[in-house]
Design a protein around this ligand. Sequence first.
Ligand code: NAD
Length: 255
Amino acid sequence: MSDAFKHSVALVTGASSGIGRAIALALGAKGARVGVNCHNNRSAAAEVTNQIEKAGGQATVLQADVSVASEVDRMFAELATAFGNRLEMLVNCAGDWMDKTPIIECPEAHWDRMFAVNAKSVFLCCQQAARRMMPNQRGAIVNIGSVAGHTGGGGGTVPYAAAKAAVHTLTRGLAKELGPHGIRVNAVAPGMIETPMLTGRVPDDARARLQATTPLGRFGLPEEIAPLVLLLLDPSAASYITGQVIEIDGGLLMR
Ligand code: NAD
């Protein structure tokens, strides 16, 4: 991988935990200046920025609910205050899953929340990023989709799966729209990854069944997602890759 990350400005949403945290730390270690977005857990985000700074990098905490346009506007303004009015890389990682709820019992609020947090947030952040990347005719965006966006989920999580399918479609559409401006847009679609999102939501029997169904026989780790995201962000290594949704699921989608 090139050292194209050095001094570039990157923003990672949902970066106080799980996959986003691993991506922010990896970007910081490569020399990027990292905006570490969090929703409520500011102290966890501060721990991420501290870790980046201790390793010699630069980072800043950006607290914002990325499903709300005014907060996204403020977040990008704060990023510009910290690192100047430029942005080379955006990773849309903020998201949330849901407890299993059969469609006949699923409240409207579940649907609205899943789409706000998982899909609308990607639209809002891509819009702000594109406004900053277009004048420079370069940039890279990686959205975190999900295997559920292909499969419809494991039953009872249709609003989440539909929102992730929207992320995949947004990725392809924006790749077409922004490609002529030198901006690449890709997504990764993780399978089951050991993060706080799964805590308390995957009973032991379902865990054992899913692991047995996964060709690699286990759930993945956030640190196994970050290298693929960095590869897609890299302007040299991934210079001709755009509009792709890349599976990173231990082979789960094939089963
Ligand atoms: P996680 O819970 O550790 O991370 C999600 C992060 O998003 C949290 O830090 C949370 O605070 C943040 N967030 C939620 N709503 C937000 C909002 N409105 N504004 C700002 N931040 C908000 O879980 P994770 O597994 O690391 O999830 C990261 C992404 O990966 C999510 O988009 C998730 O859907 C996706 N994903 C996860 C898995 C998995 O198995 N863990 C599988 C496929 C996709």
